[in-house]
Design a protein. Structure first.
Length: 265
């Protein structure tokens, strides 16, 4: 039996989400680059507003929330299922991609504003730590172990990663930082970003959220396939070992019988 036959077909809604995410992202880029006006203060540099905050939101809240929630549900005895383990693992991997993109776009924005590509600002440092923790989780997941043992220790690791999420969120309030505060939800934000600029920013949040859902679903399918292939490889290895042991017993038995008959083994 092929491993691919053990994986359920991709649901149609996931393909629909992927198409919607692609279209929404394309429209966001088009509006952000050619339709919206430049900012009064930052000029064309402010066009990163339509990409950077949505990327950060997905990396921090969507990916972090799914990973933590899936890990908790796996650790809870009544809801323990490898579905939650695979979902959490998929969320961490997709979240790592969005965290890296968040840092990259933030550096592009920070260089002309702050004069440096990187500074040990509390928001930047805690976000970089989040990326390192996610990479550590992925490395831990690849350590050979029984599936149940791997799932349990990875669930604990995901909860440790989740501790950094509120630190990133409140870093601009707990410490004096160069990074601006969370202005999107602050009163009066629409006085600075309004009209087509506000609509483009909102579309950016929708677009990258759809992309996250699509990537999460696809990565979950890959996780199921990897587990199926791993299980088949284990069965093949055990079958080969059993065959080798049987052959050795057969050879040993023939030699012993020949020795008892007085013949050469």
């Amino acid at each position: 039996m092929k491993a691919s036959s053990l994986v359920p077909p991709r649901p149609r809604w996931l393909d629909v989400v992927g198409v919607l995410g692609l279209v929404a992202t394309g429209v966001t880029v088009w509006l952000g680059l050619w339709v919206t006006p430049p900012d009064v203060v930052q000029g064309n540099l402010a066009r990163l507003l339509y990409i950077h905050p949505p990327l950060a939101t997905v990396a921090l809240y969507w990916a972090g929330g799914v990973a933590a929630g899936g890990s908790l549900l796996y650790l809870w005895p009544r809801t323990r299922s490898f579905f939650w383990d695979r979902l959490a693992a998929s969320a961490v991997e997709v979240g790592a991609v969005f965290s890296a993109l968040t840092l990259a776009t933030g550096s592009l924005w920070g260089r002309p504003v702050w004069g440096v590509w990187w500074t040990w600002d509390a928001r930047l440092t805690s976000t970089a730590l989040l990326l390192l923790l996610e990479i550590g989780y992925l490395a831990l997941r690849r350590v050979p172990a029984d599936p149940a043992v791997r799932a349990r220790r990875c669930a604990v690791a995901a909860l440790l990663v989740a501790i950094d999420v509120p630190i990133v969120h409140f870093s601009v309030q707990w410490w004096q930082t160069l990074h601006q505060g969370g202005t999107v939800l602050d009163p009066g934000f629409d006085l600075h970003v309004h009209g087509i600029m506000l609509w483009t920013l909102g579309l950016g949040f929708v677009a990258f959220s759809l992309v996250f859902v699509w990537l999460l679903g696809v990565r979950y399918q890959v996780e199921v396939l990897q587990d199926a292939v791993g299980g088949q490889e284990l069965e093949v290895s055990l079958a080969e070992r059993w065959s080798e042991d049987t052959e050795l017993v057969g050879v040993g038995g023939s030699g012993a019988e020949a020795h008892e008959r007085g013949g050469a083994p």
